[in-house]
Design a protein around this ligand. Structure first.
Ligand code: HEC
Ligand code: HEC
Length: 278
């Protein structure tokens, strides 16, 4: 290169830097989220991001990524990621729609990205995009589980997604209902209902004195109802969970947790099952 060429090159660079400085200093560059990136800027952010993530992603030995791991990941996905990235049948939160770049649905990522890259992006976040790092908030095992779930995301429909979230919620957060020592007995259940003070809040057919109780709904016909407490399928398991842990199923419910033991719970359910007619 001649001296002249070098001088022209240097002048262009200096002018470019000067122009950038003036644009920045005068506020010409619009940093507002409402001002879109140029397509080229966007592509560059992406390209740099992916190259950087890949060069730091875990290599070699990786935890087993199977269906069970992916199923475990769905809860964290639903609780955390879906707020920004959405989920089958679920829109992103309103605030995420105003982000620039907007958090994309992760179906494409699930199809195209290796799981280690998804892990790395989730653990460390992506600078200047609004994608948070989760490594200080989630264990590595949980991040692998979420990454495994993202890999499965493209194959999951709306119904399946809801079913999976519900099933995993039941498994993950609900306590076990210990089995009763003896076979459930409705006549013992009637006494247990009285002894636990259920009839002080609920009108219970067949119990004296309970007719006027109005703090809780009448239990007449509860044995044959499709749902209890407004939202739970009326299975024996859900009834038992409700009787033992009402405040866990519905925080703030006016029905208190009364330490009803396993046998009394089973007996009470046997009695409630006899109350079929409203
Ligand atoms: C606060 C909003 C927010 C939350 C919460 C969030 N993300 Fe993101 N995510 C983003 C944004 C913004 C991007 C960058 C989009 C871009 O570069 O186009 C992104 C990018 C990504 C990418 C890279 C995709 C790409 O095309 O660049 C992955 C993978 C990802 N997120 C996974 C997750 C996972 C898994 C979770 C849950 C643990 C999560 N994100 C939670 C906002 C969020
Ligand atoms: C302090 C008052 C109170 C006591 C005591 C109480 N409950 Fe309740 N119960 C409620 C209220 C209020 C609701 C409705 C709660 C809700 O939907 O959040 C309810 C709901 C229920 C339901 C669901 C009814 C329906 O129609 O969906 C059942 C079943 C039930 N209680 C059983 C019992 C049993 C069994 C006991 C005794 C171990 C008991 N309750 C003691 C207040 C009480």
């Amino acid at each position: 290169m001649t001296f002249r060429g070098a001088l022209i090159g240097a002048t262009i660079v200096v002018l470019g830097l000067l122009g950038a400085f003036v644009a920045a200093q005068t506020g010409l560059y619009d940093a507002a989220a409402t001002s879109p990136h140029f397509a080229l800027t966007y592509d560059i952010i992406h390209w740099v991001g992916v190259r950087s993530i890949d060069s730091r992603a875990p290599k070699g030995q990786m935890p087993a990524i199977d269906a069970a791991t992916a199923a475990r990941g769905v809860l964290a996905y639903d609780r955390v990621c879906a707020n920004c990235h959405g989920a089958p049948g679920r829109a992103r939160n309103a605030f995420a729609e105003g982000m620039n770049p907007a958090p994309p649905p992760l179906q494409f990522v699930g199809r195209e990205w290796p799981v280690a890259r998804i892990f790395q992006a989730t653990a460390r976040g992506v600078k200047m995009t609004g994608m948070p790092a989760f490594t200080f908030r989630m264990s590595d095992a949980d991040i692998w589980a979420v990454a495994a779930f993202v890999k499965k995301l493209p194959t999951i429909g709306v119904q399946d997604y809801r079913a999976l979230v519900t099933a995993m919620k039941d498994q993950a957060t609900l306590p076990r209902v210990p089995p009763p020592a003896q076979a459930p007995d409705a006549s013992r259940g009637r006494i247990a209902l009285m002894q636990h003070g259920c009839a002080s809040c609920h009108a219970v057919p067949g119990l004296p004195g309970g007719r006027e109780a109005q703090t809780g709904p009448s239990l007449a016909g509860v044995g044959g109802r499709a749902v209890i407490a407004g939202e739970l399928a009326n299975t024996d398991l859900n009834l038992a969970l409700w009787i033992q842990h009402p405040n866990l199923l519905r925080p703030g419910s006016a029905m208190p947790d009364m330490r009803v033991g396993p046998q009394a719970t089973a007996d009470i359910i046997a009695y409630l099952r006899t109350l079929k007619d409203p």
